[in-house]
Design a protein around this ligand. Structure first.
Ligand SMILES: NC(=O)c1ccc[n+]([C@@H]2O[C@H](COP(=O)([O-])OP(=O)(O)OC[C@H]3O[C@@H](n4cnc5c(N)ncnc54)[C@H](O)[C@@H]3O)[C@@H](O)[C@H]2O)c1
Length: 252
């Protein structure tokens, strides 16, 4: 087991990539604190992990807010004593559309969830990770942050900010033995898919996107989870500030 006796927080763990990461970590012996604002999804994932013999709790908290992180960290420490892995996975997007029609409210939400969450995450977890002798933070950003598609301008920018912020955190947190790495998935089969496509998810419409991915398929939760597993494990002990593209060659 590659994460035996470790404890991880996974934000946005109630569906999609976060669900895949939480479940994969559990199979590898990790206790998992699943966070989401989706009560139903988060509760379901925690229950499914428990029914497979894993150890997990669900914490309903908004990770764009300091209070959300304080509650999340508080409940993780209360249940498990500490933790050494934090996966900043929760994300938000506007639907694919002209950059001029995205509302200010949506813009602010995108930056709050995709970027400001890293600020609150670092402020709330770094001292705890340092006390346990170091730890791992993983940001689920996106290929959108390095190879932007039209129609997702404000989301693309937020993911670029998340990537650079995480790389800078990697340097600043290295003396505390905290590694910070990034995963950039290509478009995936999750709840966000139709927002990214900006059109119904029909076979014809999907083909337009698949044609731009050399390996010819979308990302699955298991693809992102496998990358997260490597980065979270001791096998990656010299890896920090790295971006792993889980993209079938899309960004080449
Ligand atoms: N699906 C894709 O095509 C794709 C591609 C590249 C990157 N990503 C990124 O992957 C990450 C996971 O997204 P997904 O595709 O699994 O979508 P998803 O909608 O299935 O999962 C995102 C989860 O984050 C939760 N969430 C949103 N705001 C939150 C908040 N403030 N606090 C706590 N939880 C919150 C949602 O409730 C949801 O359960 C996101 O950061 C997304 O930007 C997705």
């Amino acid at each position: 087991m590659r994460l035996k006796n470790k404890i991880a927080i996974v934000t946005g763990g109630g569906s999609g990539f976060g669900e895949g990461i939480a479940k994969r970590f559990s199979v590898e012996g990790c206790k998992v604190v699943i966070n989401d604002i989706n009560m139903q999804g988060g509760t379901r994932v925690a229950k499914e992990i428990q029914s497979e013999g894993g150890d997990a709790i669900f914490v309903n908290a908004d990770i764009s807010l300091n209070e959300g992180w304080a509650s999340l960290v508080g409940q993780a420490v209360e249940k498990y004593g500490s933790f050494s892995i934090v996966v900043n996975n929760a994300g938000f997007t506007h639907k694919n559309q002209s950059m001029f029609t995205v509302s200010e409210e949506n813009y602010d939400r995108i930056y709050a969830v995709n970027v400001k969450s890293l600020y609150w995450s670092a402020k709330n977890v770094a001292s705890i990770l340092e006390k346990t002798g170091g730890g791992v933070m993983i940001t689920v950003a996106s290929v959108a942050g390095i190879r932007p598609r039209p129609g997702l301008t404000w989301y693309n920018g937020s993911k670029a900010a998340a990537i650079t912020t995480s790389r800078s955190m990697a340097v600043e947190l290295a003396p505390k033995k905290i590694r910070v790495n990034i995963i950039n998935p290509v478009m995936g089969e999750t709840a966000m898919l139709e927002d990214f496509m900006g059109m119904p998810d029909t076979p014809d419409n999907r083909k337009k996107f698949l044609d731009t991915i050399p390996l010819g398929r979308l990302a699955r939760a298991s693809d992102v989870a496998n990358a997260a597993l490597y980065l979270a494990s001791d096998e990656a002990e010299l890896i920090t500030g790295a971006c792993i593209e889980v993209d079938g060659g899309r960004t080449i």
